[in-house]
Write a protein that binds this ligand. Structure first.
Ligand code: GCO
Ligand code: MN
Ligand code: MN
Length: 387
């Protein structure tokens, strides 16, 4: 048993915007002062994180001069190298500036769409300079309130054209980015385009270079849509499209809470950790969450430590789950394999004919109890720490 202290080998990352969150919300002013990026790097490294991610404007103000930009980036790179942190993922802020009030790539205004392309190319340059290999697109303002505006179909076309353009830009520059679309159903727009992981996966198939695109699912976002996050992640894994992941927590049917990982739905978090670990996913484990508005700076680092600690504890629980004889017996009882039937279920005309003739004891199948109540309570006991 370890003491659950993370190391860079655990691949935990945070965004500058996450631990840097000042506690501002739509009803109240910040409750904490902003933290400088090099300081965040130092603190995260001290806690055992692996990397730090950013939007362009988390680091460089939108109106910075070229000289200011270069100075800020140089200071940040120095902090990264001093403290041994990497930048695995970068993204663009296409939602804060009033110019993006009706979307960026899906704005009805061609000037805004072109400006969004320009801003994203510059942000991709910055990410590449910092060594990022994954580029996230979260379409925060890509949506509508007024569907009478009539852009539902054209918006998807504009979105596709922009992503195709940016993928070509990345290839032409030799950046080699893999792009990850991050779905969210609503907030800050009433309805955001590509609202779920399933929608994003479907859309990727319509792009010119689908091989360069995957998803960045977020626990809070699928939960807001009333969906089961682990199911969404499983579908992304099945499609070979889990390029990145945003870990946090959330109560269903609420605003985007971005809670500390595992703080709300512990069993959902366990299912997720087990799924990720069993799948061999080896990308960054990114916490897109922030400390509660009630917290001071000490609370911010308690929050960050808590995210990583919970992941590591649940990873250990997943190992115990696999090693627990009673749990494994319950699983063996539940999963009934049959090699003859598996062979028969591969289509040939003969197999089809023989399957059609076969007799099944339907009543017996219906009578069989599956033992899932028992299995689930064993899982609870494991999570409670009494097994
Ligand atoms: C949100 C999103 C963002 C994105 C970020 C990077 O709901 O606010 O989750 O935090 O993840 O913009 O893509
Ligand atoms: Mn979120
Ligand atoms: Mn996110």
């Amino acid at each position: 048993m370890t003491d659950f202290t993370p190391t860079p080998a655990d691949r935990f990352t945070f965004g500058l915007w996450t631990v840097g969150n000042t506690g501002r919300d739509p009803f109240g002013e910040p409750t904490r002062p902003p933290l400088r990026a090099p300081y965040i790097v130092e603190k995260l490294a001290g806690l055992g994180a692996y990397g730090v991610n950013l939007h362009d404007n988390d680091l460089v103000p939108i109106d910075a001069s070229a000289a200011e930009r270069d100075r800020i980036v140089a200071e940040f790179r120095q902090a990264l190298s001093d403290h041994g942190l990497v930048v695995p993922m970068a993204t663009t802020n296409l939602f804060s500036d009033p110019a993006f009030k009706d979307g960026a790539f899906t704005s009805a205004d061609a000037q805004v769409r072109a400006y969004a392309l320009q801003k994203t190319m510059r942000s991709m340059d910055l990410g590449a300079e910092l060594g990022a290999h994954t580029y996230v697109f979260w379409g925060g303002r890509e949506g509508t309130e007024v569907d009478a505006g009539g852009k539902l179909l054209s918006a998807l076309g504009w979105f596709r054209d922009s992503l195709n353009f940016l993928a070509e830009y990345s290839e032409a520059q030799g950046y080699g980015y893999r792009f990850a679309l991050e779905p969210k159903p609503n907030e800050p727009r009433a309805d955001i385009f590509l609202p779920t992981v399933g929608s994003a996966l479907g859309f990727i198939g319509t792009l010119d270079r689908p091989d360069l695109f995957g998803v960045n699912p977020e626990f809070a976002h699928e939960t807001m849509a009333g969906l089961n996050f682990a199911h969404a992640v499983a579908q992304a894994l099945d499609a070979g499209k889990l390029f990145h992941i945003d870990l946090n927590d959330q109560k269903m049917s609420r605003f985007d809470q971005d809670l500390r990982f595992g703080s709300e739905n512990l069993k959902g978090a366990f299912t997720l950790v087990k799924l990720l670990e069993d799948s061999g996913y080896d990308g960054p484990l990114h916490f897109d969450a922030h400390a509660l508005r009630t917290e001071d700076e000490a609370g911010v680092w308690a929050f960050a430590r808590g995210c990583m600690r919970t992941y590591l504890i649940l990873k250990d629980k997943a190992r115990q789950f696999d090693a627990d004889p009673e749990i494994q017996a319950a699983l063996a009882e539940y999963h009934r394999a049959d090699e003859e039937l598996a062979a028969l279920s591969r289509f040939t005309p003969e197999n089809a004919a023989s399957l059609k003739e076969r007799t099944f004891d339907r009543a017996a199948l219906g009578r069989r109890g599956l033992g899932l109540e028992h299995l689930d309570q064993l899982t609870n006991d494991l999570l409670f720490g009494i097994r």
